[in-house]
Design a protein around this ligand. Structure first.
Ligand code: SAH
Length: 321
């Protein structure tokens, strides 16, 4: 199979605007190559997050940040590439017109596209995905890597293929952190936008008795089911294809949704309309700049904000209707 590899050239502060703009196009799976991150990692001895690091990564000293997105090389994929180009042009003109409250240099926002073979894609990102500790005692391990389990540690295996959720993204880690703060032992969890199934599997490993994972994307559904099976958790985790906007009649003790700012607000509206006795909801994928807007919208709907967690440019909340 052939893929279109799209590279967007930006800056470190521009990354958030670029990914937020891609989110608007329902593009969640991005790969970011940030030389600053490498610098941080290089200086971070015994870091809690990266257990291994590919030496090749440390050799790069290019200053520009690159955001990569991949599409199938078909009509739909080519249409998406055009949309990305238009969005980046519009972002650049907004920057030049001074539309942002803050002064930010988004960089060139140049979009390059090239055709690659899917094997090259797989080999490339597989090189960058290593065991990741997403919360204190829970490690996510790619299927193709070895990891020596330490005492008291929980390890899940993931092959994300093209779905989102390797554990290396802040929004996933924040969701997992908030999930681990709630007592989910013997509880039912609903994971909205399950992606690779990572949070569903995490919830099951933390003792949930039943986990429902839903996703709008058929590929994600297939991948998440595969990952649940890989971890021998198919008897606990049930994955289905569903658009949460069409409503969901799943009773749960806790809901987790790692989506994006606008979508989490839509979701909370739906939850509120669905019934009186709705459970606490963990919301992630909220870009820092939208934290206040999201909180205001939720408070206006009658939600209480129970907890706020932040990592770098991202915020996650636990809220109660
Ligand atoms: N839960 C994973 C993946 C989050 S990415 C993690 O935390 O890492 C967000 C996921 O939400 C994507 O897989 C996307 O397909 C899904 N999604 C987006 N809009 C949705 C909708 N309306 N209904 C259900 N799933 C949706």
């Amino acid at each position: 199979m052939e893929l279109i590899k799209v590279t967007i050239y930006t800056t470190r502060p521009g990354t958030e605007a670029v990914t937020a703009s891609l989110f608007q196009l329902s593009i969640y799976e991005t790969e970011i190559e940030d030389p600053f991150d490498l610098e941080t990692i290089r200086n971070y001895k015994d870091g809690p997050i990266f257990d291994y690091l590919d030496e090749d990564l440390l050799k790069k000293d290019d200053e520009e940040v690159k955001v990569y997105v991949y599409f199938k090389n078909d009509d739909e994929g080519r249409r998406k590439v055009q949309e990305v180009k238009l969005h980046m042009m519009s972002l650049k003109s907004k920057e030049m017109e001074g539309c942002f409250d803050f002064k930010v240099d988004l960089g060139r926002l140049y979009v390059k596209d090239e055709i690659i073979r899917s094997e090259d894609y797989e080999n490339n990102w597989k090189k960058n995905f290593h065991p990741v500790r997403i919360i204190e005692n829970l490690v996510v391990k790619p299927t193709w890597e070895d990891y020596e389990e330490k005492d008291g540690e929980l390890v899940m295996e993931i092959d994300p293929e093209m779905a989102f959720g390797t554990g290396s993204h802040e929004t996933t880690r924040l969701s997992m952190k908030l999930l681990s703060d709630v007592d989910i032992k013997d509880k039912t969890v609903l994971d909205i936008g399950t992606g690779s199934g990572i949070l569903s599997i995490g919830a099951a490993l933390l003792g949930a008795k039943k986990v429902y994972g839903i996703d709008i994307d058929e590929e994600a559904v297939r991948v998440a089911r595969g990952n649940a099976e890989l971890n021998n958790l198919s008897h606990i985790i049930e994955i289905s294809r569903r658009d949460f906007k069409e409503g969901f009649n799943i009773k749960a003790d806790i809901i987790v949704a790692n989506l994006m700012a606008d979508l989490v607000v839509d979701l909370c509206k739906i939850i509120k309309d669905q019934g009186k006795d709705e459970p606490p909801v963990i919301l992630s994928g909220i870009i820092k700049e939208k934290e206040k807007e999201v909180k205001d919208a939720l408070t206006n709907m009658g939600y209480s904000i129970l907890k706020t967690e932040r990592e770098r440019d991202w915020t996650a909340l636990t809220v109660k209707p």
